[in-house]
Design a protein. Structure first.
Length: 164
């Protein structure tokens, strides 16, 4: 199973790497997919396909899927699978290096952008990175990616409010 030490290597964009023994390190991931209405461009199936392509290019094995189909809302209350994902991370049930999500809006369209960041931080604190596969930034950490992600979180929350 994965070593938490590999998550830092993943964060810096490394693909499969040798672990010193000549063996290729494998990254273990959960994917989180969510679709709030049937009219959205990316169904959970389409999101999963794009996430799988991303994972294959980076030697990441998806070992679990958390899916919230047809779940709209502005808080985590209605997203049972996201709640379970966070609980699994907090309780060390999830033996993962990374959580793959299609984009920032799929992670959650929270009215408070800090709520989205909070759930991502819970994962990071547990040694599990959250990677947004369709975003221009892959990894958190740089000042630019932090700013862009904050703007995208705010835009996602605003878009959700406009759907109502």
């Amino acid at each position: 199973m994965p070593s938490k030490q590999t998550s830092d290597q993943f964060e810096h964009g490394s693909e499969a790497e040798l672990d010193g023994s000549g063996e290729v390190k494998k990254f273990w991931a959960a994917q989180y997919v969510r679709m709030s209405t049937e009219h959205q461009q990316y169904s959970t199936h389409n999101q999963s396909d794009k996430i799988r392509e991303y994972a294959e290019k980076r030697n990441i094995e998806i070992v679990k899927t958390y899916a919230d189909d047809g779940k709209s809302g502005l808080s985590i209350g209605g997203w049972v699978s996201l709640q379970q994902l966070i609980a699994d991370v907090e309780n060390s049930v999830a033996d993962l290096n990374v959580i793959l999500v299609y984009d920032v809006g799929r992670w959650g369209r929270f009215q408070d952008a800090d709520e989205s960041a909070y759930y991502e931080y819970i994962c990071k604190r547990a040694g599990i990175n959250v990677a947004f596969c369709a975003e221009q930034f892959e990894y958190a950490g740089s000042p630019v990616s932090t700013i862009v992600k904050g703007v995208k979180r705010a835009m996602a929350g605003n878009a959700a409010a406009n759907f109502r």
